[in-house]
Design a protein around this ligand. Structure first.
Ligand code: DX5
Ligand code: ZN
Length: 231
């Protein structure tokens, strides 16, 4: 199980100290939200901030590009130290295909993100190519929003496809992930839990990460064995 605090909920006035909290919290990934004020109605930070934080942390950096033109940002974020980059399926099939291969060519893991209104079927053709699928459980742009429960069937579908097709991508959830919604996602098949407000706003981040890990590990159902049809 991957627990990934989302830096968007950190205190931006003391980012290095906030990253130091994550370094010692036994989290698995640090999720970094990049917003361009166009794909989403908010602006966050760019590659220079990621590069600066890279020298402060050995964590796996999971960069979430909520941007209309991610093609121009892939190299800068790869050079800044991203370990994985998430791009959005809403950019369209041709763009997504070229971005996925470009990310792979940079030696960075690739994740496909999908917004709440977008049918999960649009992600299906890309699943053999990705390391992770990121199911947005809020409309992206802001932290602290309420989890959209209608996304649970998408998680179940993504888990079913993973099982049926013998793939091993992570299924991540992002938005409104707290100590109650995370276990529900785990039960549906998610294994990567992006959480901003719930983790960062706790005084003791280490305890919060431990609590979330315990909650999702207790809720997860072991994968069913693949049934091969008799020929
Ligand atoms: C939302 C971002 C999330 C955000 C989650 O647009 O992609 O990563 O930080 O924040 P919480 O956990 O507060 O909903
Ligand atoms: Zn995110």
């Amino acid at each position: 199980m991957i627990i990934a605090p989302s830096l968007l909920a950190a205190n931006f006035g003391r980012l290095e100290k906030e990253v130091a909290r994550v370094n010692t919290a036994r989290a698995d990934w640090l999720h970094l939200d990049i917003m361009d004020g166009h794909f989403v109605p908010n602006i966050s930070f760019g590659p220079e901030v990621v590069r600066t934080l890279r020298s402060e942390s050995r964590l796996f950096f999971d960069v979430h590009l909520m941007c209309s033109k991610p093609a121009i940002l892939l190299e800068p974020f790869a050079q800044a130290g991203a370990n994985q980059m998430n791009i959005h399926v809403e950019l369209g099939d041709a763009t997504v295909t070229s971005l996925l291969w470009k990310i792979k060519s940079l030696g960075v893991k690739v994740s496909l993100a999908i917004n709440p209104p977008t049918p999960i079927s649009l992600a299906r053709p890309f699943l053999p190519l990705v390391d992770s699928l990121l199911i947005m459980t809020v409309n992206p742009g802001f932290g602290g929003q309420s989890f959209i429960y209608e996304m649970l069937p998408k998680i179940q579908q993504a888990a079913a496809w993973r099982q049926e097709r013998g793939l091993n991508y992570h299924i991540g959830v992002d938005g409104g992930v707290d100590f109650e919604t995370a276990p529900e996602c785990a039960c549906a098949g998610a294994d990567a839990f992006i959480s901003g407000t719930t983790l960062f706003h706790r005084h003791n981040l280490t305890a919060a990460v431990r609590k979330m890990r315990k909650a999702v590990e207790g809720a997860a159902t072991p994968p069913k064995p693949i049934r091969h049809k008799a020929s």
